[in-house]
Design a protein around this ligand. Sequence first.
Ligand code: FAD
Length: 469
Amino acid sequence: MNRVAIVGGGLSGLALAHALLRRTTPDLPIEVSVFESERRAGGLLRTERVDGFLCEHGPSSFLDRAPATIALVEALGLTSRLQRSHDRARRRFIYRGGRLRAVPASPPGLFTSGLLSLPGALRLILEPLVRRPAAVADESIHAFAARRFGEQAAAVLADAMVSGIFCGDARQLSMRACFPAVARMETEHGSVVRAMLARRGSTGDRGRQGLGRLTSFPEGIAELAEALTHSLGPNLRLSTGVERLQSVGACHQLTLSDGGSVVADAVVITAGGAATARLLAHTDAALAADLTAIPSAPMVTVCLGYPAGAIGHRLEGFGFLAPRSAGLQLLGVLWESSIFADRAPAGHVLLRVMVGGATDPGAVDLDDERLLARVRAELRATMQVTGHPRLVRIIRHRPGLPQYVTGHGERLARIESALERRPGLFVGGHAFRGVGINACIEDASLLADRVIGMLTRRGGRLTGITRPD
Ligand SMILES: Cc1cc2nc3c(=O)[nH]c(=O)nc-3n(C[C@H](O)[C@H](O)[C@H](O)COP(=O)(O)OP(=O)(O)OC[C@H]3O[C@@H](n4cnc5c(N)ncnc54)[C@H](O)[C@@H]3O)c2cc1C
């Protein structure tokens, strides 16, 4: 029997265990154990239903165009539970010049949107004419956007998008690591706009619909974590952290928080960058330094439920983002009850406010009272929200979302090559090859292939190790 230990029972660890168990065969039997330090699995995937409001602690949705996610949902028997977002959720807003402005569906709309000045909009539509440099270093998202679309588009549109997706700083994050597909568009077509037009022409995709539709489940994203947890049964050990990892011959020994230990042929750490660095610190100082150097941005999610009459905006959309130049503390507000059905009781709306991130890491340390006062003042200024919320839930995320800053690709390559010298050791999860739900599930599937490849090469044998139990 080949034994695989997975450290961390967040989405990445659970999806990896699920993939491995589905690939086990009589020729290659695999015993999979997931060790999760918390009392519940799912990591950031956590949903609470409070007084009829559905409050997501972390992620709320994924785009339904990712084959690995759709296959996992199908395998878990959740396909009939999929909940598609309302059509109106395709409309997004950006706070600019003291008001919320709709992001137009096509570039000509930028001229009347109020998001960019006339010269800013003209510069943006000239993107297809901008020559691609012969060689581009790993540049920031801001640098890429400014080079291709102009400084104003970078400061308003790219900045807002980076706040929304990564809670990050567009001047720090790596274009190649965060948006590899867009970076490739320039390399392959010489222009992002030309690449999009070519793709639309060849697939018949119509605008944003080509990206897929925001999707979740009626009882929230935790349904995915719960189904995975259920499918793993005794393979998942909760309240069992991994405290130490050491090589024993050709295998790896894990020391557990309950005092026990296990030996495995392969270990995959999906516990986040800092925890991964701690576990590998004694094996290789350079590897640990590279792992530690992947920063995270702490952030706060504030769920607020209001009577519908308290909001002076129609909430016909997904929500709004605030570029840092807007001077707001909040990064953005998701209009949860406009995105999905049944997120708030009748006559009420649910807002989810994001605060903190790479440009305001101290926000996570504000006490509830101060944080709430600031958020409510900004909701009043941006969406004319009055009155008291009926629901308040404040969720702090520490260490928060990993930040793929410039140099991430090279750092990742060094981490991978250090691990190649330690057969049977792998790292996964959102710290490395993609932060979103779809990226984590796809990465888990690819990792399962790599683990199986390694076990197959080893002939599926344990080499002279006696199990401590
Ligand atoms: C506020 C927020 C909103 C988001 N919104 C979206 C969204 O709408 N759509 C989207 O696609 N993505 C979103 N994301 C990103 C997405 O949620 C995450 O990238 C993804 O859930 C990461 O899963 P993971 O398993 O890699 O990490 P985690 O969920 O962090 O799981 C790691 C697990 O490891 C465990 N662990 C740590 N140390 C140990 C140890 N020593 N031993 C055992 N266990 C350990 C932890 O307890 C945890 O359960 C959001 C993220 C945040 C923070």
